[in-house]
Design a binder for this molecule. Structure first.
Ligand SMILES: NC(=O)c1ccc[n+]([C@@H]2O[C@H](COP(=O)([O-])OP(=O)(O)OC[C@H]3O[C@@H](n4cnc5c(N)ncnc54)[C@H](O)[C@@H]3O)[C@@H](O)[C@H]2O)c1
Length: 330
């Protein structure tokens, strides 16, 4: 088994690469080419067993390049994406180019090489605001942002290649993942870093939306389960822990753990446009538990607290990296 991992230097990707090479699985890690020759979060993985890791810089949008580097790989795990919803309002076309166009390249490659397997990463954002809860894999798809639309399109492209050409695709659909190395644009690291930076008030968008927060270790474990599972091609799996917390509840929990006297400043600029706001995401994860034999560990209120403590500790230990930018919007 040799796996091409795209988006390998990102938040989830770097944790997944670490896990794969710890299991002595050969990984070709695609990092997006940049002028600093940075390996992103894989810089932290450099010290690990390099015998199992090859890092290649490039772009998932470049078909010929991806075809070349994937030639000796049995699997492709696709995590490459532009994932920021606010950025998808601004840079709509590049959002679709990477999130859909990149996947089309990967699908063409596995169509020409029918033995290759593609594990594609979707997102709970494809469902939009819950029409019923908990949300299973049959929940309607609602494109409430260009990001969501691009991921719906990519998922459907995967399913169409399975139905039309028997392509070996598996779709994993994480609900909100959190943990060390996550971008400080995301709600949990954003709150933590505002407290670390001793902000007098926590500046935040909407407080009411509810999310099914999943610790990154659990998300990564589901990818390992999918690699080991047999005959699950064409299937989609929700990866959430089936418990939701509102943004306000999450702020309160983090403040309590960090001993922060809570003051909140709801900022209009941080809110999504009304029709674009996804009010509630809560997974039905039964399919992943049963078929993937996924056993998430950070479950319930205690699991969430445990995951938050680990995340806070990591951000505190790494605060000198100064990755938190106050002006995260335009
Ligand atoms: N973090 C979450 O809560 C969450 C939830 C659901 C789904 N997902 C999905 O998981 C995947 C990974 O997300 P993440 O949270 O680790 O985000 P991330 O931004 O940390 O990682 C995305 C990665 O994609 C890479 N990338 C972007 N454009 C590329 C291109 N043109 N060519 C090659 N690489 C490119 C980036 O460099 C980065 O390494 C994404 O597909 C995202 O949609 C994330």
């Amino acid at each position: 088994m040799k796996i091409l991992v795209t988006g390998s230097e990102g938040f989830i990707g770097s944790h997944l690469v670490e896990k794969l090479i710890s299991k002595k699985i050969h990984v070709k890690a695609l990092v997006k080419y940049n002028f600093m020759n940075s390996w992103g979060w894989l810089e932290d993985v450099k010290k690990l067993n390099r015998k199992y890791l090859t890092v290649i810089a490039g772009d998932v949008n470049d078909y010929k390049f991806i075809e070349d580097i994937s030639r000796d790989c049995s699997h492709i795990i696709n995590l490459a994406a532009l994932i920021s919803i606010p950025y998808s309002y601004e840079a709509r076309v590049s959002n679709f180019k990477t999130n859909l166009g990149g996947v089309l390249n990967l699908l063409e490659i596995i169509k020409s090489n029918p033995k290759k397997i593609l594990i594609h990463t979707s997102t709970s954002e494809v469902y939009g605001s819950a029409l019923y809860t908990p949300m299973d894999e049959r929940h309607p798809l609602q494109a409430q942002s260009p990001y969501s639309a691009s991921k719906i399109a990519a998922d459907q492209a995967c399913i169409s290649y399975y139905n039309s050409f028997n392509s070996k695709i598996i779709i994993l659909r994480p609900f909100n993942t959190y943990g060390p190395r996550q971008s400080t644009r995301a709600v949990i690291p954003n709150i933590i870093n505002q407290i670390i930076n001793k902000n007098k008030k926590i500046e935040i968008g909407s407080l009411f939306p509810k999310r099914d927060f999943t610790y990154v270790e659990d998300t990564v474990e589901a990818f390992i389960c999918a690699l080991n599972a047999k005959n699950i091609y064409g299937e989609q799996f929700n990866l959430g822990i089936s418990k939701d917390f509102s943004v306000l509840e999450t702020i309160k929990l983090i403040s309590k753990i960090m001993n922060y006297e809570l003051k909140i400043d709801e900022k209009k600029i941080r809110k999504r446009p009304i029709k674009s706001e996804v009010n509630k995401l809560l997974s039905n994860n039964k399919k992943a538990l049963k078929i993937l034999k996924w056993k998430p560990k950070y479950i319930g209120s205690n699991g969430f607290k445990k995951g938050l403590i680990k995340t806070i500790q990591w951000f505190e230990e790494n605060k000198d990296k100064k990755f938190f930018k106050e002006n995260y919007t335009k």
